[in-house]
Ligand binder design. Structure first.
Ligand SMILES: *Cc1c(COP(=O)(O)O)cnc(C)c1O
Length: 393
């Protein structure tokens, strides 16, 4: 049977793999050799499930949004990852990887962060599990995302402001990789999305797959069948989308719609629409689509949403797009902000700007009245209130 999951070599079609410096070879090999064994062990599953339930607050509800459904002429359920502890899906992955690090005997956790959401999730879990935590963050982002920096500090993490390059996510990631190269023995690198060298994309997808596992049960409860007609999610690196589609990826009855950040418009040069604009290249250890110039230099991405402006895309999603298994829509800033206000006024839920891109996709799909749609609200909008209020000033 054809599968869209990763193969033995760590590839999704032409995308993925592990393109890493020699010095990290052993680290990545060790991780590759232990992740499946640990993730599938009864001990890990038990600890992970208990924390997801009592600490994160899972299962997250599947909520039938009646007024939103009326507006779009179909039945729309929202998968409420915004209700998780720390306000988004990222905690699912952070808990899983820090548990794994502990099982591998690592003492020190490092992470990269752009908007600070993954940094906060990782720092949270490190506080919980009493692990040393260093978070790399571009200096520009440290200034832009002040509150998240304070949160990480309060949680006991060390925030390293990175001053190379444009001082944003890409540079923070380079610095984290450099740290890992210097401390391969005792350090575990927690990557925040389905990106990076194999086995990270597959590991992060598995840790987020709790989302689609729950959707299956909840669909059965609500609809008497365990699959929807549509799954919709936003894509930065791809982790909430990967979690949303994981158990349906090879089920062609389910149409997959992914929303990437169009920024000011894909033709404006101010965009993060990697699938529309990217060309094949290697970024942070993975072969995937990347927004780059003629010389292969990575172009700084732009989106109103700090969580979506990664210049690459997870190899799983690059392959889904290439194989036409997923429809990928570029959603511009103004469309996302409009959709966020719409959800707020129709359902009393203020979504994260990232999730608002998924909501804006509803306008662009022709639904039938019988269609059942599940859309993942990846996070809550508390962090974005100022952006929302300033947008129409
Ligand atoms: C980080 C983030 C995203 C984007 O990351 P993915 O790995 O693509 O899921 C989306 N939504 C929220 C709320 C985020 O914090």
């Amino acid at each position: 049977m054809k599968t869209y999951q990763v193969n033995e070599e760590g590839f999704y079609g032409d995308f993925g793999g592990a393109y890493i410096p020699e010095i990290l070879h052993q680290c990545v090999e060790d991780l590759k050799n232990s992740y499946l064994q640990v993730l599938e062990s009864e001990e890990f599953k038990k600890e992970y499930a208990l924390l997801l339930k009592d600490y994160v607050g899972r299962p997250s509800p599947l909520y039938l949004a009646n007024r939103l459904s009326d507006k779009y002429g179909c039945k729309i359920y929202l998968k409420r990852e915004d209700l998780n502890h720390t306000g988004a899906h990222k905690i699912n992955n952070a808990i899983g990887q820090v548990l794994l690090a502990r099982k591998m005997g690592k003492k020190r956790i490092i992470a990269e962060t752009g908007a600070g959401q993954h940094g906060v999730a990782t720092a949270t879990v490190c506080a919980l599990m009493n692990m040393e935590c260093v978070v790399y963050m571009g200096k520009t982002d440290v200034e832009r995302q002040h509150v998240n920096v304070e949160k990480m500090k309060m949680l006991g993490a060390k925030v390293e402001a990175v001053t190379s390059g444009n001082m944003t996510l890409k540079d923070a990631t380079n610095e984290a990789i450099r740290d890992w190269c210097c401390h391969p023995e005792d350090t575990y690198y927690v990557i925040g999305s389905t990106v990076g060298p194999h086995p990270y994309p597959d590991m992060v997808a598995r840790l987020q797959s709790i989302i689609s596992e729950e959707i299956k049960d909840q669909m059965m409860e609500h609809e008497g069948r365990d699959y929807p007609d549509y799954l919709i999610a936003c894509v930065g690196g791809g982790s909430n989308a990967a979690g949303t589609i994981y158990h349906y990826i090879d089920d062609e009855r389910v149409t997959i719609v992914l929303a990437e950040a169009g920024g000011k418009g894909i033709e404006t040069g101010l965009s993060a629409a990697t699938i529309q604009l990217g060309r094949l290249g290697i970024i942070h250890g993975s072969k995937t689509l990347i927004i780059q110039d003629e010389d292969g230099q990575i172009t700084e991405p732009y989106s109103i949403s700090a969580g979506l402006d990664y210049p690459g895309i997870g190899p799983m999603h690059a392959n889904l797009a290439k194989e036409h298994r997923a429809t990928v829509l570029a959603i511009n800033d103004d469309e996302a902000v409009k959709a966020a206000y719409e959800l707020t006024r129709l359902e009393g839920i203020i979504p994260a700007l990232e999730s608002a891109h998924a909501l804006a996709a509803l306008e662009k799909v022709q639904f039938k009245p019988s269609d059942v749609v599940v859309l993942t609200v990846s996070g809550r909008g508390d962090k974005d209130i100022e952006t929302y209020l300033n947008y129409y000033k």
